[in-house]
Design a protein around this ligand. Structure first.
Ligand SMILES: [Mg+2]
Length: 186
């Protein structure tokens, strides 16, 4: 029911790709993006993995060499996020309460640097938390497909059912963008 009262425009991402590696980061760098605010669960790693694989470490190091600052922003708890952030040598914020704006705003001020919201790009796998929250905060957002849906917790499954309803609503209200973004491929 809740999807009926939410503005569908706030659930449309700037880009939609299969995995984070598919994002055209050079394009976003040229657009002036300097800060990547990354979701962890099912964006960077599946829920059942506790430490980042080497390929992920290398990938994120590559992005930093390109000139991006990275901050991790998760709704999950400290026990989950802190070891991952430490292994990646990145600042991490847990209990972010996405889609509330507060976590995203905190992420902009990371490491004493103050990024403008237009310099940031959010990457996440959920419409209801990552995309909605980023759009509410006026930060561009790329949606990725969840790495492994099977191990999702009950509250994420609940989000997914609302997400599906919202996708139907976007398809109906803005079919051009829906198909241009390949949102039918979710
Ligand atoms: Mg996630």
């Amino acid at each position: 029911m809740i999807h009926m009262f939410l503005p569908y425009k706030k659930f449309i991402p700037k880009c939609n790709v299969r995995r984070i590696e598919d994002i055209d980061f050079d394009f976003f760098y040229k657009e002036g993006k300097r800060l990547l605010i990354l979701d962890i669960d099912n964006t960077l790693m599946p829920y059942d993995q506790t430490l980042p694989p080497k390929a992920l470490v290398a990938f994120l190091e590559g992005l930093q060499r390109t000139g991006f600052e990275i901050v991790l922003l998760s709704n999950n708890n400290k026990d989950r996020i802190e070891p991952i952030a430490r292994a990646l040598k990145l600042p991490g914020l847990w209990h972010a309460k996405k889609p509330l704006k507060s976590g995203f705003k905190k992420a902009l001020k990371i490491k004493n640097s103050r990024f403008d919201k237009h310099q940031a790009l959010v990457v996440g796998d959920q419409l209801m938390t990552d995309v909605f929250g980023a759009n509410r905060t006026d930060i561009d957002v790329c949606l990725v497909k969840p790495i492994k849906k099977k191990t999702e917790k009950w509250y994420t499954r609940l989000n997914r059912s609302v997400e599906n309803k919202m996708l139907e609503k976007i398809a109906k209200k803005d079919p051009d963008r829906f198909f241009k973004l390949d949102l039918d491929e979710r």
